[in-house]
Design a protein around this ligand. Structure first.
Ligand SMILES: *Cc1c(COP(=O)(O)O)cnc(C)c1O
Length: 355
């Protein structure tokens, strides 16, 4: 994964400072929020310091905390679960479905208790389960559907942008994501009330910006206009990045066709723009060693979160465990040329077919 910064960001930052910008969150952040809201078809967007902070703010604004449970997938980036912990609630881990690596919705139904307040649906690598069903489950049990769409900027389900199905959703702008502001997170919601609450919480619980009256306990999760100036330029590059990722995914698939040791997750490129190239492989560690010796870096996918020292929970999560053992991210920088990808695939084929 590689970010793409170029003359556009440099020039925009120079212009910003030439005009006397104060670096703190102001007009440029509003402009970025507007651009994300328009792109995703959301009524509101609030930009904040990270995707994890975005989830935390959503949970707090919904009044979720001590004594509550929130369902999260066992297979995700750990920030999803940590946001629940920091809000004071209990993350309840549920296994994922092998067809899309997202929450298994049957498992979700089984995990709901009277304490459950929300489910956080992670759309893994731009893929999603049946979103209407997720919504229906949440509505029927009177719990909130929150979307962790950190990996899904530019991905849709039946034409609707991911992140916009539940009460609120969020995207991450950390360095490895499809576009980046170094660090950053965007919340989207169609609720005026939630938008207002989140803005208040991220600014010390102030009644209004610039007024030192604090009706509620708040935090400081404001960003800088420096990040937003970069984000505005990154949004202009997003369409190209999304298309390139789709082309790369299709090329990897084509080049690795017929290699039985590699398993793909069904990915509809009409709707999902895979942010990275994720596959299941046999002999993962041996393959990684071989590729490394050939100058190709790879990365194992996330471990089962319940088993991490931070949580130390027991339980059976067979799909997550299998994917955590066999899942691999192949080189996914959008700067890879087609020839590079063909070369990488040749090396993979060499490992399985000749060694
Ligand atoms: C990246 C990521 C996060 C965390 O976002 P940060 O901006 O790094 O805090 C949360 N969930 C998922 C699925 C992610 O990929």
């Amino acid at each position: 994964m590689e970010p793409w910064f170029s003359d556009e960001e440099k020039k925009a930052l120079a212009d910003y400072f030439d005009r006397g910008g104060w670096a703190t969150e102001f007009e440029k952040t509003k402009e970025l929020e507007k651009s994300i809201a328009e792109f995703t078809g959301s009524k509101h967007c609030v930009f904040t310091t990270s995707g994890t902070a975005a989830l935390f703010l959503i949970l707090k604004a919904l009044g979720i905390g001590a004594g509550h449970e929130v369902i999260v997938p066992d297979f995700t980036m750990i920030g999803t679960a940590n946001a629940v912990h920091w809000a004071g609630a209990e993350p309840v881990f549920v296994d994922i479905h092998p067809s899309n690596w997202c929450l298994d919705l049957d498992g979700v139904e089984k995990a709901i208790t009277p304490k459950t307040k929300a489910l956080i649906l992670v759309s893994f690598n731009g893929r999603s389960p049946k979103m209407n069903r997720a919504k229906e489950i949440a509505d029927r049990h009177k719990i909130f559907l929150i979307e962790d769409a950190a990996q899904s900027l530019g991905s849709r389900s039946k034409g609707q942008h991911l992140g916009t199905f539940g009460i609120a959703g969020m995207f991450s702008f950390s360095a490895p994501k499809v576009i980046t502001t170094g660090q950053g997170g965007a919340i989207v919601t169609s609720s005026d009330e939630l938008d207002q609450k989140i803005r208040q919480l991220k600014d010390f619980g102030r009644k209004q910006s610039g007024v030192d009256e604090h009706p509620v306990m708040g935090y400081n999760f404001k960003v800088t206009d420096i990040q937003s100036v970069i984000g505005i330029e990154q949004m202009k590059k997003l369409p190209w990045r999304l298309e390139r990722k789709k082309e790369m995914y299709a090329l990897y698939r084509k080049e690795l066709e017929g290699v039985d040791e590699i398993e793909w997750v069904e990915t509809n490129l009409e709707e999902a723009s895979p942010w990275f190239i994720d596959v299941l492989v046999s002999e993962r560690e041996e393959l990684r060693e071989f590729l490394k010796s050939e100058g190709v870096g790879t990365r194992p996918v996330y471990p089962p979160i319940h088993s991490q020292g931070a949580y130390g929970k027991k339980g059976s999560f067979p799909v997550t465990e299998k994917i955590a053992k066999h899942g691999l991210w192949l080189p996914s920088s959008s700067f890879l040329k087609d020839e590079d990808i063909i070369q990488i695939c040749r090396k993979i084929k060499k490992f399985y077919l000749e060694v």
